[in-house]
Design a protein around this ligand. Structure first.
Ligand code: HEM
Length: 516
């Protein structure tokens, strides 16, 4: 009988790991000697990034100061991976959009993607056949035309949100998070939530926390995957979490299926995916794909609206102009609706200016290059990580004059050239090319209806004795940012505003039951 002792497995495994580590170190040294647009080694960017993270500052601050010294495109080696930073929109369009077929992968995240997410999380997926199927589902559920389906629910929830804020402004963050959670659940499963204590909300929040914890911990070397599987100690806990995720999210898909059979299901991403015969997704793939909007769509909407409050407090003249436009277009007998949007050019420009001045994902999400490429005579090797440094791009004086100032008018295009077209659509805060945020339409709708109704009803003013928010202070949340806490108050704009809000909100209370 053959028997294998632990030392028979462990020793060869360790030797294999050591050999792999040595080889990859040598390859790394070779790679970093051939970086495109390199910055001098004495910059010690790794240390700078480490220090920034320790001080809770985003990497974009380091990128911004290096852009000033070395120009809008530069590279360095980050733990062995060539890393390229792009700091003008033109470079982003040139590489990430025009060459999107090659610039749309993601850096490999062994623990967070391969293990904790079973290789199925779209956000961190490499650019491959699975990602294309995942992305098709996002498109099916959130493309421009499909997003219109969610407007009724968004309007009702926005009205309930505003009424709840007037009753308890101290719970502002929780209330807006409840709003955003309800919207993404209606997109994914055609159901709403009336509370953050909802089991589905709580599960998703816990899942986001697990993902964040793994992302912010020390990354796992891919060579450790060469160890025999029973020796890969780092797998077990994450695999268990993934198994639980599959069970939980599959049950949600099953309940949509049951409601479809009963004829009571609202149109949503899951129902559309289940009805589309061409999908060819396994049950697990489908369960994870339709759960994606929660992770990417709750905090981003909450954070963006928080910066809108900062803008309203810091720049009251611009907020007044928005309100004058409301008075002219909407009047004071009813609240704004989506039907008014086309007639509110200043308000649309105001929203764009907030997203420009305070991009909530200032370095977007890193892309990765699938094959060697050449740009301006420089070789950009396969596997290069590419950052679209939105923070610097959106303050590029060549594109936005007086970039630190708050000037919504810059988005009211007069010319018909390419740049004016780009400013009219203004998708930059949502990233580039094939990885551009698939939630862009639903996010824009949520922001539009919440802010339109908020600014129609109230003046957003600094709270008594509170100091004005610092426009450049932020809380660093990893990929995203939140304004430093500041106190604001809501002052009804005219005597009837609160009455109209109360009436619309109690109608909304009754109508949202359709989504329960
Ligand atoms: C103001 C709100 C939002 C902003 C500023 C925003 C911004 C972004 C950015 C910058 C990216 C990375 C793009 C890139 O890699 O180039 C992204 C990705 C993504 N966003 Fe959003 N987002 C917002 C809201 C939403 C919402 C509401 C949803 C869903 C309901 C959503 C779903 C996603 C998903 C699934 C991805 C990953 C796409 C991929 O890797 O292919 N986002 N978003």
């Amino acid at each position: 009988m053959l028997s294998v002792s632990a030392s028979d497995i462990v020793l060869p495994a360790l030797l294999a790991a050591l050999a792999a580590f040595t080889i990859s170190s040598v390859l790394y040294a070779l790679k970093s000697s051939k970086l495109p647009y390199p910055i001098p080694a004495e910059e010690d960017i790794q240390l700078k990034l480490h220090r920034a993270a320790a001080e809770k500052r985003g990497p974009w601050e380091v990128f911004d100061s290096l852009t000033k010294r070395y120009g809008p495109i530069f590279s360095f080696s980050l733990r062995g991976t060539p890393t390229l930073v792009l700091s003008t929109a033109t470079l982003g369009w040139e590489l990430l959009e025009k060459r999107g077929e090659n610039y749309s992968s993601r850096p490999r995240l062994v623990t967070a993607h391969d293990i904790l997410s079973g290789g199925l999380r779209g956000l961190t997926s490499p650019y491959n056949d699975y990602w294309r199927k995942w992305r098709k589902i996002q498109h099916l559920g959130m493309n421009a035309r499909q997003s219109v389906v969610y407007r009724e629910h968004q309007t009702l929830e926005a009205t309930i949100l505003l009424r709840d804020i007037t009753r308890n402004i101290h719970q502002y963050h929780e209330l807006i998070e409840r709003f955003a959670s309800s919207i993404v659940l209606s997109i994914s499963y055609g159901r709403r939530t009336s509370s953050m204590n909802d089991e589905v909300v709580q599960y998703n929040l816990q899942s986001i926390r697990a993902f964040r914890d793994v992302i912010s911990s020390i990354p796992c070397w891919p060579i450790l995957l060469w160890l025999p599987r029973p020796l890969q100690w780092f797998r077990r806990q994450h695999e268990r979490t993934f198994d639980e995720d599959i069970k939980f999210y599959s049950a949600l898909v099953d309940s949509v299926h049951d409601r479809m059979t009963a004829g009571t299901q609202k149109d949503c991403m899951t129902s559309r995916a289940l009805s589309d015969g061409s999908m060819q997704l396994s049950k697990n793939e489908l369960a994870i794909a339709v759960s994606s909007p929660f992770g990417a769509g709750v905090h981003t909407v909450r954070l963006s609206t928080c910066f809108m409050e900062v803008a309203a407090v810091l720049y009251p003249e611009a907020a007044k102009k928005v309100q004058t436009e409301f008075d002219n277009v909407v009047g004071r007998d009813r609240m704004p609706t989506f039907a008014d949007e086309a007639y509110l050019p200043y308000f649309s420009a105001w929203i764009k200016e907030v997203l420009r001045r305070w991009p909530v994902a200032p370095a977007a999400a890193p892309h990765s290059v699938s094959r060697d490429d050449y740009f301006e005579g420089h070789r950009i090797p396969k596997g290069t990580t590419v950052f679209a440094n939105l923070s610097t791009m959106l303050k590029d004086p060549a594109m936005f004059s007086e970039p630190e100032a708050f000037i919504p008018e810059r988005f009211i295009a007069e010319k018909d050239d390419d740049l004016s077209g780009r400013l009219r659509d203004f998708t930059l805060p949502f990233g580039f090319g094939r990885r551009q945020c698939p939630g862009i339409h639903v996010a824009s709708q949520s922001i539009f209806i919440v802010m339109a109704r908020l600014l129609w009803t109230f003046n957003i003013i600094p709270a008594k004795d509170a100091s004005a928010p610092d426009p450049d202070a932020y809380i660093f949340l990893g990929l995203t940012i939140l304004p430093k806490p500041f106190k604001f108050a809501l002052e009804p704009r005219f005597p009837d505003a609160l009455r109209i809000l109360e009436v619309e909100a109690s109608e909304a209370d009754a109508r949202v039951k359709e989504w329960e």
